[in-house]
Design a protein around this ligand. Structure first.
Ligand SMILES: Cc1ncc(COP(=O)(O)O)c(C=O)c1O
Length: 388
């Protein structure tokens, strides 16, 4: 079956954060290309699984079906050749919440936590809100890609209790190599630093790149990490907040499980489980085509920028549908850059500065949309650029 990703699904006035939240802040005319969900219709088997529950007519308390864990086990084996045991899985009501639980479970107020900047904003806000001290490792850009300076990384991480890794990286879209992950694992082990790996974008790894779940790269990594994954980004179902942690180390797992059970946050609502099973068992063809369409959109933006807006460059994503646009040649400060996109071009993107000081001069573009909308957005951007 061929899926139509060109279809424009009407999302205005559906309480969508991406579409409707800006209106509450006074925005009127804009194309929303910020919050990371896609505009594609969620695959039909996922919608059907919800419909089936609705048709039963009772929205009662719901068990995680035993199939939930074995389905995830099979998915990880199929996608990453990663063997896990069902008991290594713990449900998480969203990954940001999972990160919060892990940080609170494994560190105390005042403890130091390492992140790599630029990075997804909650990596900053969650430790800060929970009164942990943040240490940031500054990623380097070489050949339009983010890189880790491992000597500096070791200096930074050795002060810390915990390291939160974004794998693949958001906003840069970098898929970390196995060797890089092995190095992170051994440095963290040497300094007794626990690794939390957020892998929400993993399943959207683009053709020619290979994602390695952190805990799968070595025994050291396996015994000293917690990996968070979800079908949320993959199948465009983040509103279902149906995520999970994989914790192969039994002691860490016991500690984390006790923490989330004590808070009574270890179980989901009734739509948390069956849609994940449908996603992981009935949507392979959809995902393959979605990834190809996303790659097509990335190619389109790269060519458009090169031909029409040569002073805006992009960090080439290796995973997912977010492009970090390097606008530093425009020589605007961060407020001016934001105004340029919003007021001159009518486009709402995430300002790079919200991903940390290292994101200054960048804007994050969400291209998980119909090519027709993307074309319109690029034309608007070009018109603003010409007036510039
Ligand atoms: C790296 C990363 N982690 C977590 C999330 C959000 O996850 P959740 O909605 O499950 O909390 C996002 C969403 O954009 C993300 O990019």
């Amino acid at each position: 079956m061929t899926y139509n990703f060109d279809e424009i699904v009407h999302r205005w006035d559906t309480d969508s954060i991406k579409y409707d939240a800006p209106k509450t802040e006074g925005y009127t005319q804009y194309i929303p290309m910020w919050v990371a969900d896609m505009d594609f219709r969620t695959p039909q088997p996922i919608l059907d699984s919800i419909q089936k529950m609705l048709e039963n007519g009772v929205l009662g308390y719901t068990l995680p079906p035993t199939l939930w864990a074995t389905t995830i086990q099979n998915w990880l084996l199929k996608k990453y050749n990663w063997e896990i045991e069902p008991q290594e899985l713990i449900f998480a009501p969203g990954i940001v919440r999972g990160l919060t639980f892990a940080i609170r479970c494994f560190t105390k107020p005042g403890d130091k936590i390492l992140i790599m900047s630029p990075v997804y904003p909650p990596f900053f806000s969650v430790p800060k809100r929970n009164k942990r001290k943040l240490i940031t490792h500054k990623l380097l850009i070489k050949n339009n890609q983010y890189h880790i300076d491992f000597d500096q990384f070791e200096q930074d991480v050795k002060l810390c209790k915990l390291f939160v890794l974004c794998n693949p990286h958001n906003p840069g879209g970098r898929v970390w190599l196995k060797e890089e992950l092995e190095k992170i694992a051994s440095i963290c082990k040497k300094h007794n630093v626990l690794v939390i790996s957020d892998e929400i974008h993993a399943d959207l790894t683009l053709p020619t790149h290979t994602h390695h779940p952190f805990a799968s790269v070595s025994q050291v990594a396996k015994q000293n990490s917690i990996v968070f994954m979800a079908p949320s980004k993959t199948f465009n179902m983040p509103g279902l907040v149906s995520s999970y942690a994989i914790i192969p180390n039994a002691e860490l797992r016991k500690q984390y499980a006790t923490y989330v059970e004590d808070l009574d946050v270890a179980s989901g609502h009734m739509f948390s489980y069956r849609p994940l099973i449908a996603a992981y068992t009935e949507c392979d063809a959809w995902l393959e085509q979605a990834i190809n369409y996303i790659q097509g959109n990335i190619d389109y933006v790269r060519d458009y920028l090169a031909n029409h807006l040569p002073r805006i460059k992009m960090i080439e994503p290796q995973a997912s549908y977010l492009i970090f646009l390097d606008c530093r040649e425009l020589k605007l400060n961060d407020q001016e850059l934001r105004d340029f996109f919003e007021k001159k071009a009518g486009l709402l993107l995430n300002p790079g500065i919200t991903f940390g000081p290292e994101g200054s001069g960048f804007m994050r573009l969400n291209i998980g949309c119909s090519r027709l909308i993307l074309h319109k957005a690029m034309e608007q951007l070009e018109a603003a650029y010409k007036e510039f």
